[in-house]
Design a protein around this ligand. Structure first.
Ligand SMILES: CCCCCCCCCCCCCCCC(=O)SCCNC(=O)CCNC(=O)[C@H](O)C(C)(C)COP(=O)(O)OP(=O)(O)OC[C@H]1O[C@@H](n2cnc3c(N)ncnc32)[C@H](O)[C@@H]1OP(=O)(O)O
Length: 456
C-alpha cells in the first residue's frame, strides 16, 4: 500500500463531472518501411500479450479511513485499458484530433487503475497513433515524458519493445520500495513535516518581499488580481483538443536576437495567440492576462507522482508591440526564477502553495468567483531531441493533452521532439468556440517576433 502525497490527492479532490483530472499524450508514428497493410492490427494482437502490467499502471485507488492509497490490482482487465480503434475516413489529422477530443472528455472508472491506451489505425499516409490517458494523481508532465521516453528507442532496428504499461521496473538507488507499511508512511510524513516547519522563515521573507514589490510596481500588482475574461468562465465536460508543431530553430533564432530564453519566446507566442483570439471575440481585458507556469522541482530520476512548483507571470497582453511584450515577459520571469533559485524545493512548494491559496480555494469551493489569481496555464515539458522509434515505427510527433478547469477553460501545454515544439491546446469547446484558430495565431505570434528581430 502506498499513500498518496497531498499534491497527488488534490488532483482527485478537484475532479468533478465537468472537470475530469486526467492528462494524456498523443503520439503519431509512421509505419516501418517493410510493414504490411495490416501492420497496426498485427501490432494490436502482439500488445494484447503484454499482461504483466507494471507500476504505476497496475495501481488501483483505495480509501482507508480517509487516507487515499494505491494498491496493486490483482484482477486487472487489460481489455478495459488497452483499446484498438479505427478513425472514420478520410483519416486526416482532423479526424484524429476529433477522436482525442471526444475520448479526453470521458471520466475513468475509479474502481480500476486510472489509465487507458488507445491504438488508432485508419490514418492517411501509412501512419498510426497512440493516445495515452492517465490520471494526474499518478504522473506529472516530466514523469509522463520519462515513461514515454523509456517506451521508445533511438534504434530503428529494435523490436519486441513493450508498451508503456509493461515497461520493466527500474532499479532506483534512492528508495527501498519494500518500506511501504503504514509506520513507514507515518514516519515519512513526520520527517517531511520537520522539513516543512524549517521552510517558514524563508517563505515568510519572500512573501513579504513580494507584497512590498506589489505595492510599488503596477505590473507586480496585477499578479495578485488577474482580469476576468471568457477564459475564466464555467466549463462543460466537452473538450476540444488542437495540436500543431512549430520549428525550434525559428524559436531559438528569436531568443538569440532578443537575448531571452526559449521559454520566454514560447510564452510570448502564447501571449500573442491569446491576444489575437480574445480580440477576435471582443473579449481582450484592459489589464494583462496572468499565466500560471509550472516549474519542475524534480531533482531525481523518478517517474511517478507530482513534484511541481509554479511561477505566476504577466503576459503583457495589453501591449501591442510584440518585441516589448517579449522583453517585459523575460524580465518578469527572470525576477521570479532568481527568487526560486535562492530557495529549497520545500520552500518553493510552500511559497507556491501560499501564493496560489486563493486559486485553490476557488477551484475546490467555487466560493469566491470574482477572485481570479491567473487566467491560463502554460506548461513547457522538454522532450527528446533525437529521432525515436517504437518497434521500428518512427515517432513523427508527440503532443500533450492536458486539463481544462472551471474558470480556467484553456490549457496550453507543449513539449518538444527533435527540432519541433509540439503544442497541445486543451479547452472546453463550448466556452471557447473555434479555439483551434489559436494554432494559426501562435504561428502569427512567432512570425511577428521574427519580423521584429529583422530575421526576414
Ligand atoms: C501519459 C503518457 C504519455 C505518452 C506520451 C507523452 C506525451 C508528453 C507528456 C504529456 C503529459 C501531459 C501532462 C500535462 C500536466 C502538466 O503540465 S504537469 C506540469 C508539467 N510541467 C513541468 O513540470 C514544467 C517543466 N518545465 C520547466 O521546469 C521549465 O519551464 C523548463 C522547461 C525547464 C524551462 O525552464 P527555463 O530555465 O525557464 O527555460 P529556458 O531557459 O528557456 O531553457 C533551459 C534549456 O532548456 C531548453 N528548452 C526549454 N524549453 C524547451 C523545449 N520545450 N524543448 C526543448 N528544449 C527546451 C532551452 O533551449 C535551454 O537549453 P540550453 O540553451 O541551456 O541548452
Amino acid at each position: 500500500m502506498k499513500p498518496l502525497s497531498p499534491l497527488d490527492q488534490i488532483f482527485l479532490w478537484m475532479e468533478k463531472r465537468q472537470q475530469p483530472m486526467h492528462v494524456g499524450g498523443l503520439q503519431l508514428f509512421s509505419f516501418p518501411e517493410d510493414a504490411p497493410a495490416d501492420y497496426v492490427a498485427q501490432l494490436a494482437e502482439g500488445l494484447r500479450g503484454y499482461r504483466n502490467v507494471t507500476s504505476p499502471f497496475n495501481r488501483r485507488l483505495i480509501n482507508r479511513v480517509g487516507q487515499l492509497a494505491w494498491v496493486d490490482d490483482d484482477e486487472l482487465d487489460l481489455e478495459h485499458h488497452f483499446r484498438f480503434e479505427a478513425l472514420p475516413t478520410p483519416g486526416r489529422i482532423r479526424e484524429l484530433l476529433a477522436f482525442v477530443s471526444a475520448e479526453h472528455s470521458h471520466h475513468m472508472d475509479r474502481q480500476r487503475p486510472l489509465w487507458e491506451v488507445h491504438l488508432i489505425e485508419g490514418l492517411q499516409d501509412r501512419q498510426f497513433a497512440i493516445y495515452t490517458k492517465i490520471h494526474h494523481s499518478l504522473v506529472d508532465g516530466i514523469s509522463a515524458m520519462r515513461l514515454a521516453g523509456r517506451m521508445l528507442s533511438d534504434d530503428p532496428q529494435q523490436r519486441n519493445m513493450p508498451p508503456i504499461w509493461a515497461l520493466p521496473p527500474r532499479l532506483r538507488k534512492d528508495k527501498d520500495e519494500s518500506q511501504t507499511s503504514l509506520w513507514h508512511s507515518v514516519l515519512g510524513l513526520l520527517d517531511k513535516s520537520g522539513k516543512q516547519i524549517g521552510t517558514v522563515p524563508a517563505v515568510a521573507r519572500e512573501l513579504l518581499r513580494t507584497i512590498s514589490e506589489a505595492r510599488k510596481d503596477p505590473a507586480y500588482h496585477s499578479l495578485f488580481a488577474a482580469p476576468q475574461c471568457v477564459l475564466n468562465s464555467g466549463i462543460t465536460n466537452s473538450r476540444r483538443f488542437a495540436a500543431q508543431s512549430y520549428s525550434l530553430d525559428r524559436i531559438r533564432a528569436v531568443c538569440s536576437a532578443f537575448g531571452t530564453t526559449v521559454n520566454d519566446v514560447i510564452m510570448a507566442m502564447c501571449a500573442a495567440a491569446l491576444r489575437s483570439y480574445l480580440l477576435s471575440q471582443d473579449e481582450l481585458p484592459e489589464k494583462p492576462l496572468i499565466a500560471m507556469v509550472p516549474v519542475s522541482l524534480r531533482r531525481d530520476d523518478s517517474e511517478e507522482g507530482n513534484q511541481v512548483g509554479v511561477i505566476l507571470a504577466s503576459l503583457f497582453t495589453h501591449l501591442s508591440d510584440p518585441a516589448e511584450r517579449l522583453l517585459r515577459i523575460h524580465e518578469g520571469v527572470k525576477t521570479q526564477k532568481e527568487r526560486y533559485a535562492a530557495m529549497s524545493s520545500e520552500e518553493v512548494i510552500n511559497y507556491t502553495g501560499l501564493t496560489l491559496a486563493p486559486a485553490a480555494f476557488n477551484l475546490l469551493t467555487g466560493l469566491a468567483p470574482k477572485w481570479q489569481t491567473f487566467n491560463v496555464v502554460i506548461s513547457n515539458i522538454p522532450g527528446p531531441s533525437e529521432p525515436r522509434y517504437w518497434n521500428g515505427a518512427r515517432l513523427e510527433g508527440m503532443y500533450p493533452v492536458s486539463i481544462a478547469m472551471d474558470r480556467l477553460a484553456l490549457n496550453m501545454t507543449l513539449t518538444s521532439y527533435c527540432d519541433q515544439v509540439e503544442f497541445g491546446l486543451t479547452a472546453c469547446r463550448r466556452t471557447l468556440p473555434s479555439m483551434q484558430r489559436m494554432l494559426d495565431y501562435l504561428e502569427d505570434g512567432l512570425r511577428e517576433l521574427e519580423a521584429a528581430a529583422g530575421l526576414f
